[in-house]
Ligand binder design. Structure first.
Ligand SMILES: NC(=O)C1=CN([C@@H]2O[C@H](COP(=O)(O)OP(=O)(O)OC[C@H]3O[C@@H](n4cnc5c(N)ncnc54)[C@H](OP(=O)(O)O)[C@@H]3O)[C@@H](O)[C@H]2O)C=CC1
Ligand SMILES: N[C@@H](CC=O)C(=O)O
Length: 327
């Protein structure tokens, strides 16, 4: 029998995403150990309410409300609480203690990314965030590593599963925005406050992360033009289809090629008319897709599960892949 060194994993949050991560860490521990060359030991799960109902049955003795103590002595901390605080403080504590951190928290990265990356760099720890943008689609690593030697001109895509699900149902089923949002919430696609989805905040946060990576800069959230889908009516969706278009919420990040602003970058999120023959028009339900236009590589398209789906398995793959490589 192979003896693996043990890597202690602390999980913060056991909601829609965290509970599935815990389940898979427990169910597939041995297989993951084989791939990672290290045993991944889930040492505990920090939550707010010990008695809250969970999507998944998990050993009760793993749960704690004391996230700070759980972090101490961990090799990897997985933050799936969401929001700014206490997620920010807990991540800083984890990095400060030398642990690598994995987070799916785009709201936090979009507002405090530089602070967190600097904290990680200072102690030589890693901060992984593949799951923060476009769900299961591996887009962070391709932008950060695979395309590092190329010049990216544009990143454009559907990066919010909830709004794509809603617009798709308005288009194909004639459902109202409110009814479709209720479904998206029940399926676990929407954020804790779905305003973040329907008003475009979530997509704007993802746009700042994509633009910062693609253009090797720091794009502040306030610089991203944002318009959500609450102004989109059933009549507009029907008229768009009649004219050969489908309405999609797009995030568009571009390098400005004007010679006078050679380092310029623009990022925006808004509903757009996509021609029915365009590949983005075929992105249905909560699926996401990201187009990358690069000088040398040409056009690349990344497509896959964006939010929720199959009880969050896609999320898990995005959350788990990097630390496994790191261990
Ligand atoms: N839903 C999705 O499809 C996706 C979500 N994300 C991101 O992943 C993160 C988690 O999302 P999701 O699982 O949907 O969120 P949920 O709201 O479903 O879960 C949040 C979890 O965090 C726990 N929590 C909240 N506050 C605290 C606290 N102060 N101390 C300890 N635990 C706390 C909650 O505990 P309790 O259960 O006791 O209330 C809950 O278990 C967010 O950053 C989100 O943006 C990323 C990709 C997809
Ligand atoms: N609420 C988000 C979840 C994933 O990031 C979405 O709908 O895309």
């Amino acid at each position: 029998m192979i003896e693996y060194r043990n890597v202690k994993v602390a999980l913060l949050g056991a909601g829609s995403v965290g509970s599935q991560v815990a389940r898979l860490l427990l169910e597939q521990g041995e297989e993951l150990a084989g791939r990672a060359g290290a045993g991944l030991e889930l040492t505990g799960i920090a939550v707010r309410d010990l008695d809250a109902q969970r999507d998944v049955e998990l050993p009760r003795d793993l749960f704690t409300t004391d996230a700070e103590s759980l972090i101490l002595g961990s090799d990897i901390v997985v933050e799936l609480i969401g929001g700014i605080e206490p997620a920010r403080t807990l991540i800083l504590q984890a990095l400060g203690s030398g642990a690598d951190v994995i987070t799916g928290n785009k709201a936090l990265l979009a507002s405090h990314g530089p602070e967190l990356f600097e904290a990680a760099e200072q102690v030589g720890a890693q901060l992984y965030y593949e799951a923060a943008v476009a769900g299961a689609i591996p887009i962070i690593r391709p932008l950060r590593e695979s395309l590092a030697g190329d010049r990216i001109l544009r990143v454009m895509g559907i990066v919010n599963g909830t709004t794509n699900f809603i617009l798709d149902r308005m288009d194909t089923l004639g459902e109202s925005l409110e009814d479709a949002l209720e479904q998206a919430t029940a399926l676990g696609y929407a954020e804790a406050d779905p305003t973040a989805d329907i008003e475009g905040y979530d997509a704007a946060q993802k746009a700042t992360i994509l633009a910062s990576l693609a253009f090797h800069t720091s794009v502040p959230l306030v610089a991203v033009h944002r318009e959500g889908i609450t102004g989109v009516t059933h009549e507009q969706v029907v008229a768009a289809r009649k004219a050969g278009y489908v309405v999609k919420l797009l995030a568009i990040c571009e390098r400005l090629l004007d010679e006078e602003v050679s380092d310029g970058v623009a990022a925006r999120v808004h509903p757009a008319l996509v021609p029915l023959g365009h590949p983005l028009a075929a992105v249905h339900g909560a699926k996401n897709a990201v187009f990358v236009e690069a000088e040398a590589a040409g056009d690349l398209m990344f497509y896959g599960a964006g939010a929720g789906e199959s009880r969050r398995r896609p999320r898990f793959s995005a959350i788990s892949c990097r630390p496994l490589a790191a261990t």
